[in-house]
Design a binder for this molecule. Structure first.
Ligand code: MF3
Ligand code: CO
Ligand code: CO
Length: 262
């Protein structure tokens, strides 16, 4: 009984979460593998090719983005004022750029979805600031995940952190249920009101993936039909993890071995 599809949320069994743990680890491993290649002078097409080869040949898994609703590459690469869904291409990364790489892997039918920011060469003040605030927003959300909390609690805390730092939250794209499909219920908004929305219970699995802009929240889609950019062309950053609600809190299914929380 619900007017917002919360009755369609798939509660995963321990066996299903075990499958997602493997897929999540593989997605995280792709980001770790790419890290040494993400530098000035490399094209995002090269990063896409490295990711495709690693997922298909080394991991014997499937890149979920490739051909998803017609998306033409295996990863998303979103540079500077690009918010998300950037298509890898022939442009070279340059000193001072910030780039989000978003990887989704399917293994044995289970999905793992994660993204992170990279700063190219010498960090810039603005680039470093938006990357840091967006990462803090992700972790503030993660820290709230436990049975009894609501999605509104998470969205509220993320919005509050972004806006108190004079940044803005993109509204058109959200986190999402994930696991047996790429995008499941629920929608996980990165803004909202405390106490509202879905009440979390053990076995729910979803992403948190705040897109945080240094300027205004407004976005548009480029003529390629995919790349989302800020209307004011100010910088944007995003970090994403796939999460499972446990009996007492949260398990981060896409945590990288070397990852340090901000
Ligand atoms: N990985 C993105 C997400 O976090 C979705 C990318 S869809 C694509 O939900 F088609 F652009 F690859
Ligand atoms: Co996602
Ligand atoms: Co993603």
């Amino acid at each position: 009984m619900s007017d917002n599809n919360t009755d369609k949320v798939i509660i995963k069994t321990p066996e299903q979460i075990a499958g997602m743990r493997i897929a999540g680890k593989l997605a995280a491993d792709v980001l770790v593998m790419l890290t040494e290649h993400v530098r000035a002078g490399v094209t995002t097409d090269t990063l896409d090719r490295l990711a495709y080869d690693y997922i298909v040949n080394t991991q014997q898994a499937i890149p979920a983005c490739l051909n998803y609703l017609g998306f033409p590459r295996s990863i998303c690469t979103s540079i500077n004022h690009q918010v998300c869904h950037g298509i890898p291409g022939s442009k070279k990364l340059a000193d001072g750029d910030i780039v989000n790489i978003d990887v989704t892997v399917i293994k044995d039918g289970y999905f793992g979805d994660t993204s992170m920011m990279f700063e190219i060469g010498k960090p810039t003040v603005r680039g470093n600031r938006i990357c840091r605030i967006a990462q803090e927003c992700l972790w503030i959300g993660i820290d709230l995940v436990k049975p009894g909390a609501t999605l509104g609690d998470i969205g509220y805390a993320i919005q509050k952190h972004a806006e108190s730092n004079h940044c803005s939250v993109v509204r058109e794209y959200c986190g999402h249920g994930v696991g047996l499909a790429f995008h499941e219920e629920p929608h996980v908004m990165h803004y909202g009101r405390q106490g509202e929305g879905l009440v979390l219970t053990q076995g729910m699995t979803f992403t948190i993936e705040p897109m945080i802009n240094l300027g205004k929240k407004d976005i548009k889609i480029l003529p390629d039909g995919w790349t989302v950019v800020t209307r004011d062309r100010a910088l944007s950053a995003q970090w994403e993890h796939t999460l499972a609600v446990t009996d007492t809190g949260v398990e981060i299914l896409t945590l990288r071995p070397n990852e340090v929380r901000p």
